[in-house]
Design a protein around this ligand. Structure first.
Ligand code: FAD
Length: 624
């Protein structure tokens, strides 16, 4: 057979998941990347997960993706965040051994049947008579593919800045990809410019850890992947220190040579991950900012000082680093820098991540204006699946906002577009009590199985877990506790009041002062309940009322999503719609009235007009 089913351009976090997903579905897949030694390299922080990002990793994992297994195998410190808060905002985060992570992923893509991996710089899309045929590389090789996924990260016309000096690069030490974005512009895509930045890396040998506060990992560490039984590798300590007046003075002394403040950088930076100079200028009253000293791996002394991304000139970087307790003699091994790069406004994509302008072309990851490995991985996986479904002529996979953060992410991107780097937050999700880390498999594994993304063994494991949860929840909802003296004394001992009449264990568990371990101690199940099942059961029982309320809201949401807008709709012919609303709808071309409601600037009144028009359209169609 000539050519590939799917060609993935870029083997970063989006590209690896895209290629693996398409290959798992039986596709003949080619993964092309500029440098095979930087597959899945972490450009910035050597860490996976964190608030809302942990949820994305679990979803990628539930959908059969690699990221969760990769970090479980290569993590050096695991911490569960927000454990004292509600279940919707608990997230796992792990420091990775950066080199081990990269090698793990390289091995995963190389060993995947159906997937070929090659080093090549793609310069152009190969389009003939308006049809996508494949890609053309730097050495003028034409490679045929039925679908193409672009996952080029920060490489499109990448420009690195340190002080007032800048040079073209995809990220430090790697060449940019300059011609591909011109090829996209020629095809009519709107291409914008964004910016991000990273911290200097320090030589751990020159850090005085005695002056810092130690931060230990969780014991036992909680795995990311539903396939990992336990993480047995010893964990490494991180440390915390802080900036001070001296640091902030050093930063201010270099602002006249800052590419950010002197107007050299035009691209918009991440609002939620600002550079240290940004923080000092924007929050002059803050006397100090935390700096986390995170090792980059087991076999290197390089340390990532999380909290001081900067593009100030190198002499100022040295001054600011040396002003921080513990870092007085720290040597900079790699300077911090900012990078400007081209992105393609994701409003030009449909919810399958296929571009509207070129059939068979998909975009995923930072090229869509997002920031973060996890956001990239989730999009990559969906693009990989949808590219294969497109090749097979099947309907795309669309994960909606009530099914996952992945759905929230993609829906936000394609409905609202983005003009600044987009990162995920729990606050972006309407149904976050349903979209928890712990239940990602219950939400998505069935879909993964139907698509062939997980094997029988993985599916079987999921079914066993699901049935255990259901049995135990069932027991708690049916087994009643009496009002005898012995029971009242057990409750009293746990600081809980009595009860006037018998109650189910589920009701008893709803008392804030009691937890599931108390229930198990006094009314044990007759089967073994592993910790992950126990957590799920506890959340489901304790938050039952809230979960139910969110489910009802989801029903309303789904009702609007089910009201499809015909593909052939001509917004110009919808009467009573303001011109600007027409333009907005035309730009997004929403699939449903639900999605139309989320297009910024589209009012409820406009949606009502649209609804009437769609009804009339379908009545006309029925008559014809
Ligand atoms: P990448 O991981 O960048 O992978 C892109 C891949 O595409 C690379 O393998 C590259 O070789 C390949 N490629 C590019 N062009 C071509 C071509 N024409 N032909 C073939 N292959 C090509 N994220 C955060 O969440 N927080 C941060 O603070 C943060 N800071 C960052 C700072 C810097 C300096 C950089 C560079 C990135 C930062 N990121 C940050 C972003 C994070 O690295 C990305 O969001 C993430 O890696 C995106 O994944 P991706 O797969 O889209 O792209």
């Amino acid at each position: 057979m000539a050519g590939y089913d799917v060609i993935v351009v870029g083997a970063g976090h989006a590209g690896c998941e895209a290629a693996l997903a398409a290959a798992r579905m039986g596709g003949r897949v080619l993964l092309l990347t500029i440098n095979l030694d930087t597959v899945a390299l972490m450009s910035c922080n050597p860490a996976i997960g964190g608030l809302a990002k942990g949820q994305l990793v679990r979803e990628v994992d539930a959908l059969g993706g690699e990221m969760g297994r990769a970090i479980d195998a290569t993590g050096i410190q695991f911490r569960r965040l927000n454990t004292s808060k509600g279940p919707s905002v608990r997230s796992n985060r792990a420091q990775a051994d950066k080199q081990e992570y990269r090698l793990y992923m390289k091995e995963a893509v190389e060993n995947r049947p159906g997937l070929e991996v090659r080093q090549a710089l793609v310069e152009k899309l190969w389009i003939e008579s308006g049809q996508l045929r494949g890609v053309i590389t730097q050495i003028d090789e034409k490679i045929e593919g039925r679908a193409v996924i672009l996952t080029t990260g920060t490489f499109l016309r990448g420009l690195v800045h340190v002080g007032l000096t800048n040079y073209p690069a995809g990220r430090a030490g790697e060449p940019p990809s300059n011609n591909l974005s011109a090829s996209l512009k020629d095809l009519g895509f709107e291409v914008g410019r964004l910016k991000t930045g990273t911290t200097p890396r320090l030589d751990g040998k020159t850090i005085d850890y005695e002056k810092c506060t130690v931060q230990k990992g969780d014991e036992p560490p909680m795995p990311f992947s539903f396939d990992t039984r336990s993480i047995d590798r010893p964990q490494i300590d991180c440390h915390v220190t802080r900036t001070n007046d001296k640091t902030h003075d050093a930063i201010r002394s270099g602002l006249d040579r800052s590419p950010l403040f002197s107007g050299v950088i035009e691209g918009i930076g991440p609002r939620y991950c600002p550079s240290i100079e940004d923080k000092v200028v924007k929050f002059p009253d803050r006397k100090s900012h935390q700096v986390f000293l995170e090792p980059e791996g087991r076999c290197t002394r390089e340390v990532y000082p999380n909290g001081i991304p900067t593009s100030l000139p190198i002499d100022i970087q040295e001054k600011l680093v040396h002003s921080i307790p513990g870092l007085e003699s720290a040597r900079i091994m790699r300077p911090g820098y900012a990078i400007e790069y081209d992105y393609v406004d994701p409003i030009q994509l449909g919810p399958s991540l296929e571009t509207r302008a070129v059939s068979g072309l998909f975009h995923a990851g930072q090229i869509n204006g997002t920031s973060g490995y996890e956001e990239a991985a989730a999009q990559g996986l969906v693009a990989g699946v949808n590219a294969m479904l497109k090749v097979r002529g099947e309907a795309p996979l669309i994960i909606d906002r009530s099914q996952g953060y992945t759905g929230v992410l993609i829906d936000d991107l394609v409905t609202k577009g983005t003009s600044e780097p987009y990162r995920m937050f729990t606050s972006r999700a309407e149904y976050r009590l349903l979209l928890r880390e712990d239940n990602a498999d219950l939400r998505l594994r069935e879909i993964a199985y139907q698509l062939g993304l997980v094997n029988e063994e993985q599916y079987e494991r999921y079914l066993i877990r699901k049935e255990k949860i259901e049995r135990e929840i069932g027991r708690l909802r049916t087994q009643a506790v009496g009002t005898g003296a012995e029971i009242l004394s057990i409750l009293k001992e746990a600081g809980s009041g009595g009860m006037g009449r018998p109650q189910t264990l589920a009701r008893v568990l709803c008392r804030p002062e009691l937890d599931y371990s108390f229930i198990r101690e006094h009314w044990p199940s007759n089967e073994e309940i592993p910790p992950d099942v126990a957590e799920e059961v506890e959340i489901m029982a304790k938050y039952d009322g809230y979960i139910e309320r969110e489910r009802r809201s989801v029903e309303k949401f789904r009702k609007m999503e089910r009201l499809k807008i015909p593909e052939e709709i001509d917004y110009g012919s919808v009467p009573d719609l303001k011109m600007e609303v027409r333009e907005k709808l035309e730009r997004v071309r929403p699939l449903s009235l639900g999605q139309a409601m989320r297009v910024p600037g589209v009012t409820p009144a406009a949606v009502a007009v649209l609804q009437v028009h769609i009804k009339a359209m379908s009545e006309r169609k029925a008559k014809d």
